[in-house]
Write a protein that binds this ligand. Structure first.
Ligand SMILES: Nc1ncnc2c1ncn2[C@@H]1O[C@H](COP(=O)(O)OP(=O)(O)OP(=O)(O)O)[C@@H](O)[C@H]1O
Length: 337
């Protein structure tokens, strides 16, 4: 158990299911999200992300199971949950003919924040999300990126413990995405806010989330940090290490294959580099896959074989690799289920 997991979860989903007629949109979902975490719910369109979020907010009733948010059952206490949770839907609505400031003050009023405090808080938040200069402009003139930043200010006005963001980066240009993600990360790190965000953008999720859940056809097929996810890859080797060695021969290959934890050794095609000290010899670059970090064993094997080691580079699986393996491999998905 990590330190973060020693704390009480802020969000606890227990065997949560949702059906529409015969169709199961969310299937026995179990998930804990801990204080201050940024958790990414990652999945393709129709996977059930929005339905799950709506159940956490008490906006749609589960067929079975429980959604506890800040210790409250969301289905039974939607109003109390609403006070503690800021929710930003994928398309945030504002009064288009009113200014950014007016919109925020209006939300503050709805949340029973006293008038004087509402205005100062709104101005502070506009500053925080980089919209201070357009505070008095009508939101109808705002770009998608500006609207999302205003949406973030809008959910923050009531000082929530948790923010839930549904596809927050949808339709924003790359620079806008970068700014919004930096802002979300900053909020989490500096203010201890717990963040759940849904997305189908792998790279974005990978940049800011502490943990990620892969959601497919209503089921969470894997959850964890990037390293844990890669280890869960249905027995596939989680570690790859690139080595530059000289000379490359069969006995060195056998030695490397014999190291504990090694599952494969592949010579990189065209990976040979000239060694400046012996121009006639070529450095070989090999990729060694394994179920664990085999660096120490590989280094020893190269030296014991009388060869020279010129480079060792760990290659990590990106979330992209992981995502595609899960999403493409129907067969392995079955086995995981
Ligand atoms: N009110 C509804 N009635 C019937 N089916 C629904 C309803 N709401 C959602 N669904 C279905 O449930 C499944 C999950 O939908 P959901 O919107 O939760 O997915 P999602 O992962 O959020 O996808 P997206 O990224 O497209 O929003 C989809 O197949 C959708 O068609």
């Amino acid at each position: 158990m990590t330190t973060i997991e020693a704390a009480e979860p802020v969000i606890q989903l227990k065997n949560l299911s949702k059906t529409y007629g015969d169709f199961t949109a969310v299937d026995r979902l179990n998930l804990n999200i801990y204080p201050g975490e940024i958790y990414g719910l990652l999945g393709p369109n129709g996977a059930g992300k929005t339905t799950t979020i709506l159940m956490m907010l008490g906006l749609t009733e589960p067929a079975s199971g429980e959604a506890l948010v800040c210790g409250l059952d969301a289905t039974r206490n939607p109003m109390q949950v609403k006070r503690k949770v800021g929710y930003m839907p994928d398309d945030v609505g504002f009064y288009e003919d009113r200014s950014a400031l007016d919109n925020l003050v209006y939300t503050a009023r709805l949340n029973r924040i006293p008038e004087a405090e509402a205005r100062s808080r709104a101005l502070l938040l506009l500053e925080r999300v980089g919209l201070a200069e357009v505070a008095h402009k009508r939101t109808g003139t705002f770009s998608r990126g500006m609207r999302q930043r205003l949406g973030l200010a809008d959910v923050l006005i009531k000082n929530p413990q948790v923010i839930i963001l549904d596809e927050p980066t949808l339709g924003i240009d790359p620079e806008g995405v970068r700014e919004l993600l930096a802002l979300i990360r900053d909020l989490s790190r500096n203010e201890g806010i717990t963040v759940l965000l849904s997305s189908h953008h792998l790279h974005q999720v990978q940049q800011i989330c502490d943990r990620v859940g892969l959601f497919v056809q209503g089921r969470l097929i894997a959850s964890g940090d990037i390293d844990t996810l890669s280890r869960q890859l249905d027995g596939a080797p989680a570690y790859r290490i690139e080595l530059d060695v000289l000379p490359w021969n069969e006995s060195l290959e056998t030695a490397l294959r014999g190291v504990d934890g090694v599952t494969d050794v592949q010579l990189t095609p065209g990976g040979g580099l000239s060694d400046s000290n012996s121009p006639n010899a070529e450095l070989a670059t090999v990729v060694v896959s394994g179920t664990e970090d085999t660096t120490a064993g590989l280094t020893k094997a190269v030296i014991d074989a009388g060869a020279s080691l010129f480079g060792v580079r760990p290659l990590r699986y990106g979330l992209d690799d992981i995502y595609h393996r899960y999403f493409e491999g129907g067969e392995s998905r079955e086995r995981l289920g």
